[in-house]
Design a protein around this ligand. Sequence first.
Ligand code: GRF
Length: 198
Amino acid sequence: MLVSGSGSNLQALIDAAEDPGFGGRIVVVVSDRASVRALDRAEAAGIPTRVVEWSAFADRDSFTRAVCDAVADAGAEAMVLAGFMRILAPVAIERFPERIINIHPALLPAFPGAHAVRQALAHGVKLTGVTVHFVDEQVDHGPIIAQEPVRVFPDDDEASLHARIQQVEHDLYPKVVSAFAQGRLRVAGRIVYWEGPR
Ligand code: GRF
């Protein structure tokens, strides 16, 4: 798993992966920065951690190669991004084709980018939500695996809306990652088909 911050989605996946039927294992947690809560959560769960410092690399390509190496060295077959705040270079998709998953706090293709919750509020949408998608070469763009709506209330601010979005994330992300780990997701162009139960 790739993280940069609080790691609440990481925690939801750590908890879900304790179920023997989950289908996969978190073998390493990689962060682009040290001293983040997500790394503490991984350590508390006994999961190895690696820090690949963004600032230690000359460019996005060499940073991405180092992230991929850290993931591959740990024996991981896929990457699950949860609040990872760096854009990976295309080399990551070459090395892990249809094997990188991201979660985004809006109903893509609406509000891509780092300020999705703020932008949804500013735009006045009445419904936003959560998207889980495969990562491709463009930001917040790859084939959509699952979406769930979240209602926007008139008195919402960014914090209250993001908190409700995160509740949905913590339920949805483990279900999607489990289906992926069980080999139940099939990608055909932009369309992702689920096999078996949702
Ligand atoms: C989530 O809301 C996710 O949608 C976005 O970043 C946030 C990460 O939160 N990409 P956390 O680190 O999992 O608590």
